[in-house]
Design a protein around this ligand. Structure first.
Ligand SMILES: Cc1cc2nc3c(=O)[nH]c(=O)nc-3n(C[C@H](O)[C@H](O)[C@H](O)COP(=O)(O)OP(=O)(O)OC[C@H]3O[C@@H](n4cnc5c(N)ncnc54)[C@H](O)[C@@H]3O)c2cc1C
Length: 1006
């Protein structure tokens, strides 16, 4: 019985992170061929590979170049860095720096003469063209790494730069069909190309702004019209077509913006597809990241069902076999096609974002991976999906996109005689293989990217990664060192031989750390998991706020100190066990905590999830440290006849005072550290978020932290905070908050009679990001938006000052302005919200006053619209260009970003000027030049420096967090030294020879 479409969709959703072994059991059965058929596939694949290997083009062309410079060689990686950045760098000085930086690092001479390929023999990409400028033979000896200096010295840096740029363009042209659609169409009609069909791709990656999306839309329209002129066949399958990236058509094509995307993007896609249908030009929607799959299926379903397309079979979708949901997508598509009684063009690919998916899942702490972890598993999935597609000719026109000879031969073995289908390959790849396949009369389409050199860089890098990986078929077929048997190995047998389908070299996200469990997260795009969680959060939103928390008074604070002073502290292993239980309980309570964080502290749902995870991580990390350092004394070496031991132990009651901006994670982190080190704790939550604090303390008690050892004292800092700090029985204070409050506490502590106690303060920062012109503007702006405006800019790590090298500033500012316009300010409990409210009226007034000052003194770059009717303490993000660093002196805690330009030669001076402000918390650098990064690293006086990423969201045990100067005392929270500051050290020395002499020495002497 066929299942209904919605049920198939639910099945698909339920398998987002399917168990890999279970998946492979299913897929192997579907992919396995009878023995005789499998033997025919082997024989044909072998013959193809041998012919391809013998071809002069494989020997001398791009493929052998990429094999020589594969990604396991340092030079391969360096070349990819140059390829990624060089063409977009606007100024010569930075371009030269990049070249010097990368070419000086590699051992280029090692590659000379190792290969018959002309390209390889040219030695480097620069040498591809500078070959005319110097003879490599004369230079092939000498110091590795000296090649660049010698070439540069002889011909001058500008010549090398021009030559290298040419080399990059040559490289790029291998993968691009033409700079314009006209150029690409013309090329597709002539020479060898004429034997192929084409699907044109208007290069360009995710749109960042509405303007970018509009530009891509127009480019698609124009391309469709141009292609239509060549679409002269009756069947869209035989005509040239177009591939569309949905992320290029909407600036926020992401799951969290689902409603807005469906409403805005569906009519746009439909307009393009209708236009294409009028010209009989086939359209395929490209497959992008796993998080976007569900959204793309929604759009596909709506457009496919549009009455205007009735009877037209030119609309299609790419399906990635590396995703565990792939077979379910195929089943869903079959039902969809049958419901409309017409075929879907399905392009089966393996998938181009594998490394990104793995990293993302680890960062998000998912329960598993949305993609397979072994290459052979992806191959098996591909073969199983192909079998299913082939078996449903009424539902699909199969388009098998692969460059893998075994995959090709399996498809050929499976299709019925006369069954319509086609192969597909990427322009610049697999020519030799398909030359032979199309000679047998099979149809093949070329995916033909169209665009300027600058546009193709991200595409080029994906192709280089794909080809450069030594697991990739294209790489292996060109590498004579890999035996043919290995190249054509049947993935079904390879997988069947393994006991465990999972790749053990890739730990599950929860097992990322060898010494503790990683906190668990979930992807909001994983609807089967997120939908019930979000519904439960909504149901709790108001209820959680009915809890009443009364302020404590001085007397209660005194009583808590009293009890804490007498509290029996459990031994280290019991403390660790209690903290680990607390981590589990915190994670289990995430629905209530998410609701509390949204309502009481204005935290958005992703921020809330981040906090819950961080709180759990703190508990597990400090538990691990307590076991490691506090459970047993350390034996120290010394003279014979004596034993020496060092013990770390608690100091006495600690006061922890936490801020409202991380009301859960910092609150729990401080308590967990103080307790793990063997102290009783008196915890004072932020005045604005007592309910969250109360809930955390309830969970810690439930987990086994003894009640007398953890007291909850809510109230105003000036009242309970002040009297706790002043109490002489308090053995230490851990504080996170403003620099001014930290200084006030410090003075109270200093004025106290009796022992001098530790004071651990984490305070604010005037955090800067430095961007040179080798950076990728889109990546910079994505990181700037996250760093400056996430959590409404109310993180101590948040970006306050963006420093742009003047050459790159215009493009970055244009994107920043457009990107800010696309942010959503609103209710933090709504998943679509990017920026929630600021904490209270006081914060709002402070930000408004600062904005008024900036309006008068600086230039407004951009702002985010605030929806009409929104009530509460909302402050729209703003960015201002200031003339110099003199315009800001202190941290302004909220979503206001300051931007300043600098001359490339003054980068070091910029760092000094930032240091001179006295803060030292976080800093970001965006640059592809290691020398530049290194300069900043050596010179910056900050606690946390981030390169080519955002600068918020430090992970416990991975990026221990905390600053220097005005930004805090250290040691870093979530770092290996933190607990020691809460502890005291004692040594214990015993003269073991005192009674009865040194028996063990005497026994040990020969
Ligand atoms: C016409 C065409 C259109 C395309 N459109 C898209 C698209 O819309 N979206 C998209 O994502 N890609 C797309 N691609 C790219 C495509 O994903 C890659 O070209 C393809 O994966 C290469 O497969 P292969 O069979 O040629 O090579 P093979 O070398 O046999 O396979 C390489 C693939 O195996 C997978 N892999 C590698 N290592 C592992 C591992 N450890 N565990 C699991 N899997 C692994 C990866 O998917 C990798 O790309 C398209 C390709 C073509 C030819």
């Amino acid at each position: 019985m066929d299942q209904p479409i919605p049920a198939l969709r639910e099945a698909l959703r339920a398998n987002y992170l399917r168990d890999e072994n279970e998946a492979l059991r299913d897929l192997l059965a579907r992919a396995r061929l009878p023995d005789d058929a499998a033997a025919r596939v082997q024989a044909k694949a072998r013959s193809l590979v041998e012919q391809v290997r013998a071809s002069p083009r494989t020997q001398a062309g791009m493929q052998s170049f990429l094999t020589e410079y594969d990604l396991s060689s340092q030079e391969g990686v360096l070349l990819m860095c140059v390829a990624e950045a060089l063409l977009r760098i606007p100024d010569a000085a930075t371009a030269d720096k990049l070249i010097r930086d990368k070419l000086a690092q590699g051992d280029w001479e090692r590659h000379v003469g190792r290969n018959k390929s002309l390209l390889v023999n040219a030695g480097t990409w620069g040498m591809m063209l500078t070959g005319r400028l110097l003879s490599l033979d004369n230079d092939a000896s000498g110091n590795p790494g000296g090649l660049f200096s010698r070439v540069a010295a002889r011909v001058g840096e500008p010549v090398v730069r021009v030559a290298l740029r040419q080399g990059m363009k040559l490289m790029a042209e291998q993968f691009v069909m033409g700079r314009t659609i006209g150029e690409a169409l013309a090329r597709s009609r002539g020479g060898e190309s004429a034997r192929y069909r084409h699907s044109f791709d208007m290069l360009g990656e995710a749109a960042f702004t509405a303007t970018d999306a509009e530009r891509y839309f127009t480019a698609y329209e124009q391309a469709i019209d141009a292609i239509a002129a060549d679409a002269t066949r009756q069947s869209p399958f035989e005509n040239p077509g177009i591939s569309i990236k949905l992320s290029a058509l909407h600036p926020r094509y992401e799951y969290a913006q689902r409603e807005r995307v469906l409403a805005g993007l569906t009519p746009r896609v439909l307009a393009l597809v209708e236009r294409a249908a009028r010209g009989n030009v086939g359209v395929t929607l490209d497959a992008e990241e796993a998080d976007r799959l569900d959204l793309s299926l929604d759009i596909f379903e709506r457009v496919f069902a549009a009455p205007a397309l009735a009877g037209w079979e030119g609309f299609g979708l790419a399906v990635q076999a590396y995703q565990k949901r792939a077979p379910f997508v195929i089943d869903w598509l079959i039902a969809l096609a049958r419901s409309q009684r017409r075929r879907i063009m399905v392009r089966l690919v393996k998938g181009a974002y594998w490394d990104t998916e793995i990293k993302r899942s680890q960062v998000q702490g998912l329960d598993g991976y949305p993609v397979f972890t072994r290459k052979a598993n992806t191959d098996v999935s591909y073969l199983a999906c192909a079998a299913r597609i082939i078996a449903a000719p009424d539902a699909f026109y199969g388009q098998f996109a692969t460059h893998n000879a075994h995959t090709v031969c399996t498809v050929l073995e499976r299709v019925a005689p006369g069954q319509p289908f086609e192969f597909q390959r990427l322009h610049g790849m697999g020519e030799d293989l398909y030359e032979r396949v199309i000679a047998e009369g099979q149809a093949c389409r070329v995916y033909a990217p169209v665009g300027t050199h600058e546009d193709l860089l991200p595409y080029l890098v994906r192709r280089l990664l794909e080809n450069g990986a030594n697991t990739s078929f294209v790489n292996r077929i060109a590498d004579a060192a890999v035996p043919v048997e290995t190249v054509i190995a049947d993935p079904v047998s390879v997988v069947a031989r393994e006991d465990d389908a999972r790749n053990r070299k890739i730990p599950l996200p929860r097992d990322l750390y060898p010494d503790r469990r990683n906190s668990g997260g979930f992807a909001f795009a994983d609807e089967a998991v997120s939908r019930p969680i979000l519904a439960a959060v909504r149901a709790q939103l108001e209820r959680v706020m009915t809890v009443r928390v009364n302020d404590a008074d001085a007397q209660m604070a005194g009583a808590a100190v009293d009890a804490a002073s007498r509290a029996a502290i459990p031994p280290a292993h019991a403390r660790a066990a209690a903290l680990e239980r607390a981590a589990d309980l915190i994670e289990a309570d995430r629905v209530r905590l998410l609701a509390l964080l949204a309502r009481e502290a204005g935290r958005t749902l992703p921020d809330g999830l981040g906090e819950i995870r961080e709180a759990a991580d703190f508990c597990r990390y400090y538990a691990m440290l307590a076991r490691r350092h506090f459970a047993h004394p350390e034996e120290l070496p010394g003279p014979t006849g004596e034993s020496n031991r060092l013990e770390v132990t608690g100091r006495g009651p600690f006061v922890t005072i936490s801020p409202w901006n991380f009301p859960l994670s910092i609150f729990v982190g401080q308590i967990a550290a103080a307790f793990a080190a063997g102290n009783a704790v008196i915890a004072k939550p932020a005045e604005q978020a007592p309910r969250i604090g109360l809930r955390a303390v309830e969970l810690l008690h439930e987990a086994g932290v003894p009640r007398p050892a953890l007291a909850f004292i809510p109230g105003r800092g000036e009242v309970v905070g002040a009297c706790l700090v002043a109490d002489p029985r308090i053995a230490g204070v851990a504080f996170t908050g403003s620099t001014a409050s930290a200084q006030a506490i410090n003075q109270v502590l200093a004025a106290r009679p009796g022992p001098i106690v530790p004071f651990i303060a984490e305070t604010g920062g005037l955090n800067a990001m430095l961007v040179d012109s080798s950076a990728l503007p889109e990546q910079v702006v994505a990181d700037v938006l996250a760093s400056a405006f996430n959590s409404a800019g109310q993180r101590c790590s948040a970006l306050r000052l963006l420093c742009l090298q003047e050459e790159i500033a215009p493009r970055v500012l244009e994107l920043l302005e457009g990107g800010m316009r696309e942010l959503i300010v609103g209710d933090p409990a709504d998943l679509a919200t990017d920026v929630g409210p600021v904490i209270d009226a006081e914060a709002l007034a402070m930000l408004e006053a600062h904005a008024r000052r900036m309006d008068a003194e600086a230039r407004l770059i951009g702002t985010t619209p605030v929806p009409a009717g929104l009530t509460g303490h909302f402050f729209a993000p703003r960015a201002y260009e200031i003339a110099s660093l003199d315009a800001i002196e202190r941290e302004v805690f909220g979503p206001i970003l300051h931007v300043v330009r600098f001359e490339a030669s003054r980068l070091g001076a910029m760092v000094d000027a930032i240091n001179a402000k006295g803060y030292g918390l976080t800093m970001g650098v965006h640059s592809r030049i290691e020398e530049t990064v290194e300069l900043v690293r050596r010179r910056a006086r900050v606690g946390n420096l981030y390169v080519n990423r955002n600068m918020i969201g430090a992970t416990v045990g991975v990026q221990p967090f905390g600053g220097e100067g005005l930004s805090g005392t250290g040691p870093k929270a979530g770092g290996p030294h933190y607990l020691f500051r809460f502890a005291t050290e004692r040594t214990f020395t015993v003269n073991t020879a005192a009674a009865g002499g040194n028996a063990s020495l005497i026994a040990a002497s020969e």
